[in-house]
Design a protein around this ligand. Structure first.
Ligand code: IMP
Length: 188
């Protein structure tokens, strides 16, 4: 158990375990897109996927380009509402390209569903979804995940790009911040 800002953080996946899994995902993407020309684009969804994206792209042994898209979901800090908008668009058109969307986590699936639909209207050659984490117990819609790192239980996770109120993204591991224990009454 680690200590974060006086809160207890239980490690779910160590940096080493994440690195091994990211390397495997990179090999899968390399295998699937070999021989498809020079038109592979990895699209990271800001901000949560940027650390995953930077590690993943170095494990793909093919020519590729990188782009980023910013998405805002109207909800509270920990729950997505499914009402989504693009806050920062791609820098280049994806028409005719093979796109792999790189997401940090698929929770309800509503954000990814919206994003995939949006990207498909731009006439790419193909669109695949790569997610580091998936919480199937919270799914509100079925989004096929083509490349998946880990399936996790319904717990709010932070680290390796994932935040809580914009913090903890820089943790090298993925952990669960435990609720604070009620303080002991005086004299107990
Ligand atoms: P969805 O639309 O419910 O699938 O929400 C996806 C987005 O919610 C992710 O890209 C994250 O930004 C955020 N999110 C969902 N669960 C977690 C979590 O456990 N930790 C941090 N962010 C999360």
């Amino acid at each position: 158990m680690l200590e974060l800002d006086g809160k207890r953080c239980r490690e779910l996946y160590s940096a080493a375990k994440i690195a091994d899994r990211v390397a495997e995902l990179g090999r899968e993407i390399t295998r699937d897109f070999s021989g498809r020309g020079r038109d592979l684009v990895l699209v990271g969804v800001m901000k949560g996927s940027v650390i995953f994206l930077s590690d993943l792209c170095r494990q793909v042994n093919l020519p590729l380009t990188l782009d980023l898209i910013g998405i805002a979901s109207y909800g509270d800090e920990t729950r997505s509402s499914g009402v989504v908008k693009v806050t920062a668009d791609l820098s280049h058109p994806i028409e005719g390209k093979h796109v792999v969307v790189v997401e940090d986590i698929i929770d309800t699936g509503l954000t990814a569903e919206y994003l995939l639909e949006n990207l498909r209207t731009r006439n790419p050659a193909s669109v695949k979804l790569c997610a580091l984490l998936h919480k199937p117990s919270r799914a509100k819609t079925e989004v096929p995940i083509d490349y998946l790192g880990f399936t996790i239980p319904d717990e709010f996770v932070v680290g390796y790009g994932l935040d809580h109120a914009q913090r903890y993204r820089n943790l090298p591991y993925i952990g669960v911040v435990e609720p604070s224990a009620p303080s002991e009454p005086d004299g107990a």
